[in-house]
Design a binder for this molecule. Sequence first.
Ligand SMILES: [Zn+2]
Length: 690
Amino acid sequence: MKLQIAVLLAAFSSVLAVAQTPPAPIQLQHIDVTHVESSVDPCNNFYEYTCSRFEKENPIPPDQVMWGVAGELSEWNREILRQILEKNETARASRTPNEQKIGDFYASCMNQAVAKANDLDAIKPLLGRIDGMRDKREIAGVLAMMHSSFGSAWQGDENQTAVALFGFGPQADFNDVSQVVGSVDQGGLGMPNRDFYLSEDEKSKSIREKYRTLIITLLKLDGAAATEAAQDATTILRVETTLAQAQMDNVTRRDPNKLNNRFTLAQLKALTPAFNWDSYFTALGAPPVPLYEVSAPDFFRAENKLLVDEDLATWKLYLRWQLLVAATPTLGAPWRDAAFNFNRSLNGQKEQPPDWRRCTSAVDQGVGEALGQVYVAQVFPPESKARALKMVQDIESAMGRDIDAVTWMQPATKKEAHLKLAAVINKIGYPDKWIDYSSLTMTRESYPMNVERSTAFELARQLSFIGKPLDRTQWVMTPPTVNAYEDPQTNTINFPAGMLQPVYFDAGKDDVLNYGAEGSIIGHELTHDFDDQGRKFDLKGNLRDWWTPADAKEYDERGACVAREYTVPVPGMPGVQQNGNLTQGENTADNGGIYLALSALAADLQQQGKTLEDKDEHGLTNLQRFFIAYGTAWCDPIRPEFAQTLVKVDPHSIPILRVNNVLANMPEFQKAFGCKAGQPMVHETRCRVW
Ligand SMILES: [Zn+2]
């Protein structure tokens, strides 16, 4: 299970964030350094200086939760995918096997919307299995069927794995990544994390009430009477709250040493004797392996107690609810309406997305490498890949210079850092080897059944990695995704083609703008390799401490400065408080990334006989243009409801802090715009790790 990957953007913002059908085909945005708000002093609020005109001209559409340059690019990517899917949704003999799969998957989703089908029939066999249990020992087998049908049991997030009871998937052994072992993770909650169950503030209480309403509504759609559904909701909330209490909090979860809990199969069985692991693994076709990584043993102890304490009827109810809520996105409109009514309390969304957008995202999620292959062929030429790779390599050289230059690190630690840097694998655009979907059946008939089959296919593919040597070539994001990630266990940095597009990466623009926008992102991912999580892994990806105690202490002091600096109210959003301990790694990556990009740019300009002080036709220096490009890349206005959720669950800071806090730490920025001590964009204490 990839618990440790460090992504650039909140992963679920791209899932939730979807826009209205635009009146005209969406155009790619390009950075325009003159498109700033000249009435705002850049030394007062650089985010507002670079983003307020964009914000005024691009109000958040009703079905969006944040809407900025990332959203517009996602939208452009989705339009490309839509064209590909509409071309292939009609049966014709000349479709390739992959075109048949993506086209029919899309058609099944669109047809369901047209027919207003309910489709609950598709999950009746699973509901029957839950109802038919005669003994709690049968829960394991039923759970395996549920995990093989909906959700992503193999993929944890920063908080939990969002499937019934717990997550299960492959993970490289923390101590020896050459071997992939089994990993079990805390899970079982229908809300994003434990705080939503346990916090006593008014906002949290109101969200819990809406969650209760969601449970009641879905149970009634499933045929329960109103009074029965209300009682059942109380029971379900009691079970989930007990699980929430036992979950590890998301700040503790950032420390990989806390997740490295090594169990043999016998020990795993002893940890949760009430759960029949043999029948779970057998039903999944996952042969036993010598080692299981258990992210949160206390959670499994509590789950065991819950399995003992609660009766069979309660477990039938909990599993029924978890199946219904997991299947809801694939069922008819009344189901999705109910989910939307709850989700809007978490994200402020005003309207639901149109069907084509929802269905396009579903194909990307279900068979993303089949769809992504066509996408890449259309929009990501080899020249883009070559130019992006050169930027990555130049930024790695800058990291090497930075390691040499830091004054707080001793030669022994520096030597290890250089070895780790040299071992980083760069993955640009798309996989070298695509997933083979030939054993996966897709038909036009039933959308939920297509989702069930693609889930079963992917879970089986994931479980096939267990017990084998680590494969560093696999991707965890699809090619059209507007995001990027670093994975310390494979020691890779990964940049999907979806983000190697304007405004971030623009073949038509000069290096100054490309380094300010995309270069900072590349630097961000590379810095993750050396942030407070990444630094705990060595060049091979093993969790091994290669720091002298003195250097580790120096590091931690610098990290603590960053954590303090970001524990602040989010400007312009009353009541929204950033948690600098949750966001420390991302903030370190933001702060380090822009330095690496600037250093690489300066070296490149020097080679071309240019400097950072050279001016363009508007009188802007290259350094000013670099910072404006950086600011523009983060113009992502966000609904306050969504910001309120993100500060609880997301390790990234809200965009305004990703711009202003980073630049207020940089003398280079202050010099470029003539900012003076005492102004908001000049921090008195400048935090810097890299
Ligand atoms: Zn990141």
